[in-house]
Each structure stands twice: as structure tokens, then as C-alpha cells.
Write a protein that binds this ligand. Structure first.
Ligand code: PMP
Length: 430
């Protein structure tokens, strides 16, 4: 047993007080005692290689983040109705990372709030209600964004003003672009048939919950067609942003410019800070009619954490490094699968990597079963990862960006050993 009786009883107490909507990772849950860089140490003193967390993007327990946050808490950290130089300085520096037309930012506390506000902006600006999202998207947890998150509400179905578009899995880039564009055309027509013209096409630019289909240039033509029908393109960068995919922003892999961008997760290395970025005219128009006030969003302490993240990613030529490490990881994983005789398609950009096992005649549900076993096998081998895709058919690997070459090689070695330890995955037909 990896999980002690003490940790098991904590999991039970958690269940009692937090209830049924909360989930834990792994058959044998991890009770974290401390963490540093890409390593998590459990209460038994075992070090686990964290290949899953994109929140501590510049590393777990970063001392500079801790010091910057502490300094602000000891200086002044109240709410967002006073002038604060640090907050304005950060906003200017963040916006300098965006194309010129995206020149305003509104802070929120979470990615869900950012997408919620972006949807409010889009419906206000277009005077329309229809929303297009990808088939297995996740955009957050408020009532409004939950309604546009098919991965959350498969049973209840998405809201009646939402139409989903599938991600084409096979074919050349050009074929997939055409297929996606045709699906968007149909989605626009379907919304119009319902008397709801499209206000927005909301896309996670790494297609993370759909199974990680980054780089996602093939969605560009479809998005352009949605824009031509009057919809705004909201790029959800909560997963893909801040260098994750080897570009500062996932939309840089596309050849269509977003009308609004949402940020979150890694933005404050663990402090709750997220944002919507968009054009001045959009914010001014919205602001003329509505007040936006969010007590904690963009107070000094989380902004201090966000400033350290921006500085660190900016100082280290991060996209180049992330691309090189990502290539090393993907080719190592592909080789390990070949060596083990397991069919797997390794996808991704930078350090956002998916390993799809629903290939070569293996059904998505059989692949998902295998991935569940593999995730738990890796956890036993002291590696933390999880799964993604409509059925959970793909392994999801997304380490803090401070991971180094030796740690990537360690990850590849443990993945290879885990594949060999499991009963071999064969096609359903084999
Ligand atoms: N968008 C995407 C693409 C996400 O992955 C998430 C979180 N997993 C969210 C939005 C919501 O962010 P949060 O959990 O901070 O509300």
C-alpha cells in the first residue's frame, strides 16, 4: 500500500465534510506534505515527479513568489477600489505581450469568472445569445460557463443556446480544417434555425479537454467563418496561455486573431488571479452600461505573484526552451510506446502533451480503461499525470515549465517501465 491508514482516514474525513461533488486523483490518493520545482513530497517522504500541474508554472513553492506575496500582504492588500501602482504596472506589462488590438484587461479570480465575463461581453457587444463550443470542451464552473462546457454536463446536455462542433481526428491538416469549418457552418445554421444568432465561438486553443489537439491551426478557418457570421472569437487561454504550448499564447498557433482572450491557472503560480483581455472599445461599450466590480480580483498580493511569473517566463526565453523539452518528451514517449509494442499517438505542442491510445483498432472505451490503469501504475512509480479526451482515452502530461532535461528523461523512463508492467494493450479486433 502506498497510501497509509492515516491518509486513507483523511480521505474519508474529506468525503464526510466536502461531499460527493469533490473527486480525488488516483486509486491511492496522494497526501502532499511539501513541494518544490517539479517534485511533490508526500507525508511518507516519497518524492513524486509532478508531470501534471500547470498551475505552479515556474515551479512549486517558488520562494520569490512567496516573498513577493508576503511583502504585499504586509504592505497593503484590501480590495480593488483604491489606486495601486503595482496593479497598473502589471496590467501594462501583461498587455505588452498581446497584439496591439487587445489593449485592455479586466482581472478576475478564476478562469471560470474570466470566461463568464467574456461571455457577458460577447452577448452585450453582439446583442446575440448563441454560443459555439467544441464537442468536449471545459470552460469552467459558474452557471453560465457550465452551460457551455459539454465535458461537464454530458447527462444534462448543454444549454439550448449552445451548439457543439466535433474535433476531426484523422486526415491531413487541410482536410481537418475543411471538416471543422463545415461543422462550424452547420453550427451557425443550427443556431439561426433556433432563432439565435451566434454571439461567440469559444475555443480552448490547446483543445485540452477534447484530448489535446495542439497546435490547433486547423480550427482557424472554422473560427473565421464564425466571425464572418458576426460571432466573436473568445480564445480560452486558461490552459494554453503563458508559454505552455511553446508560444506565449495558444492562439499564436492559429492564423485568426481573437476578439477576446481569457487567462487563468498559471497566471499567479497558485494565487487566484485570472483575466479577460480585449479591445478598448469592447470594454468601454460594456462599461457604459454595466459596472464591473470583483472584490478580490487583481488585489496587490495575487498581482505580485503574477508579476513574478511574467518576469520569470519573460527572462528565460521560455517558449524556445519549452519547445525543445516538449519535442524531447514527445519523441521519448513515442519511442517507449513503440518499444513496448503499444499503439499510441503522441500529440501536443510545447509541454502540453496528450498520448492517445484509441488507435490501431482499440476502441475509445478500451483505451480509457487502459489509461486509467496506466495513470495509477505511473502513480505507483511516483509520477503524477492524468487523462483527457471524450472518453478519457488519452494520457495528459502538463508539467511545470521549469522541468529540465534530466527530469524529462526520468519521466520517459518511468513511462516506458509502466507500459511494460501493464498487460499489453491490443486492438479489440486483435
Ligand atoms: N477554461 C479552461 C480551458 C480550463 O481548463 C479551466 C479549468 N480547468 C477553466 C477554464 C476554469 O478555470 P477555473 O478552474 O480557474 O475556474
Amino acid at each position: 500500500w502506498l497510501t497509509s491508514a492515516v491518509t486513507a482516514s483523511l480521505a474519508q474525513r474529506r468525503q464526510q465534510v466536502l461531499g460527493g461533488t469533490y473527486r480525488l486523483f488516483y486509486d491511492e490518493p496522494v497526501e502532499v506534505a511539501s513541494a518544490s520545482g517539479v517534485w511533490v513530497t508526500d507525508v511518507a517522504g516519497t518524492r513524486l515527479l509532478d508531470a501534471y500541474n500547470n498551475v505552479p508554472v515556474i515551479g512549486h513553492s517558488d520562494p520569490e513568489v512567496a516573498a513577493a506575496v508576503q511583502a504585499e500582504l504586509l504592505r497593503a492588500n484590501s480590495h480593488t477600489r483604491y489606486l495601486d501602482r503595482e496593479v497598473v504596472d502589471y496590467a501594462e506589462r501583461l498587455l505588452a505581450r498581446f497584439p496591439a488590438h487587445l489593449d485592455r484587461v479586466a482581472f478576475t479570480c478564476s478562469g471560470s469568472e474570466a470566461n463568464d465575463l467574456a461571455l457577458q461581453l460577447a452577448t452585450h457587444l453582439t446583442g446575440r445569445r448563441g454560443i459555439i463550443v467544441t464537442e468536449h470542451a471545459y470552460h469552467g464552473t459558474t452557471a453560465a460557463v457550465r452551460a457551455v462546457s459539454p465535458s461537464l454536463v454530458t447527462l444534462a446536455g448543454v444549454a439550448d443556446y449552445v451548439v457543439t462542433v466535433p474535433i476531426p481526428r484523422d486526415g491531413s491538416d487541410a482536410e481537418r480544417a475543411q471538416e471543422f469549418a463545415a461543422a462550424v457552418d452547420r453550427a451557425v445554421a443550427e443556431l439561426c434555425r433556433r432563432g439565435l444568432e451566434p454571439a461567440a465561438i469559444l475555443v480552448d486553443t490547446a483543445l485540452t479537454s477534447d484530448g489535446i489537439f495542439a497546435p490547433a491551426a486547423f480550427v482557424s478557418e472554422g473560427i473565421r467563418r464564425a466571425q464572418a457570421s458576426g460571432a466573436l472569437f473568445i480564445a480560452d487561454e486558461v490552459q494554453a496561455g503563458f508559454c505552455r504550448t511553446g508560444q506565449w499564447w495558444g492562439f499564436e498557433h492559429l492564423d485568426v486573431a481573437p476578439d477576446l482572450v481569457t487567462l487563468g491557472k498559471p497566471m499567479g503560480n497558485g494565487l487566484p488571479i485570472a483575466a479577460v483581455v480585449g479591445p478598448a472599445a469592447s470594454f468601454d461599450s460594456f462599461g457604459a452600461e454595466y459596472r464591473y466590480f470583483n472584490t478580490f480580483a487583481g488585489t496587490a498580493a495575487p498581482i505580485a505573484a503574477a508579476r513574478v511569473v511574467l518576469d520569470r517566463l519573460g527572462a528565460n526565453d521560455t517558449p524556445v526552451r519549452v519547445n525543445a523539452l516538449g519535442e524531447r518528451l514527445r519523441s521519448g514517449f513515442a519511442q517507449a510506446a513503440t518499444d513496448a509494442g503499444v499503439g499510441a499517438l503522441v500529440r501536443g505542442a510545447g509541454l502540453m502533451v496528450g498520448v492517445d491510445f484509441a488507435v490501431g483498432g482499440v476502441s475509445p472505451s478500451r483505451a480509457a480503461e487502459y489509461v486509467r490503469e496506466l495513470v495509477n501504475e505511473l502513480r505507483r512509480r511516483e509520477v503524477l499525470v492524468s487523462h483527457t479526451g471524450a472518453h478519457g482515452e488519452a494520457l495528459k502530461i502538463r508539467p511545470p515549465l521549469v522541468i529540465d532535461e534530466a527530469e524529462i528523461d526520468e519521466l520517459i523512463g518511468r513511462f516506458a517501465a509502466a507500459l511494460l508492467a501493464l498487460p499489453r494493450l491490443a486492438g479489440d479486433a486483435a
